[in-house]
Design a protein. Structure first.
Length: 153
């Protein structure tokens, strides 16, 4: 409360001084709870976003999957890419990589950023087959650069 005999100016000056201090103290006290609530909301948004993307991918795969072949037709052989390697002493050596054998499913549809993020979890043999396929196909520098970096590590 105010002291008897204080003027209006003294009360305004006291309010101008103590109100910001009180608000600051309350903000500092509420900050951990506010941060915790924000983290929970971010985690929930990520979870919902991941579910939406997974559902969209599932629907897209269903729509893009080929219709089953009639029984009288045999399926086509897997797509094969050829790569010429010049590392051997005898000259050029021919290697083949089947698309269906690659370690990452739907490799052809994956953007380079997704492929780069998954390369560390693969064996060196799986990485080599991806490198052969990538060299023969799109030749993306980001994927090939990451493979080179992992090989040197």
């Amino acid at each position: 409360m105010t002291r008897p005999g204080t003027t209006q100016v003294e009360r305004l000056a006291a309010a101008a001084f103590y109100v910001p201090i009180g608000l600051g103290a309350q903000l500092v006290g509420d900050l951990p709870a506010t941060i915790s609530k924000a983290k929970q909301q971010i985690a929930l948004a990520r979870f919902i976003g991941k579910m939406a993307v997974d559902q969209g991918v599932k629907q897209l795969r269903e729509q893009l999957s080929p219709a089953p072949l009639p029984p009288e037709r045999s399926p086509e052989p897997p797509q094969v890419e050829e790569v010429v390697l010049v590392d051997t002493a005898e000259g050029a050596e021919l290697a083949q990589v089947e698309v269906d054998v690659l370690a990452l499913p739907d490799y052809d549809q994956l953007p380079a950023a997704h492929i780069v993020g998954k390369l560390e979890g693969l064996t060196q043999l799986e990485r080599d087959s991806i490198e052969l396929f990538e060299t023969a196909g799109r030749h993306r520098r980001t994927v090939l650069g990451k493979l080179d970096q992992l090989r040197k590590a």
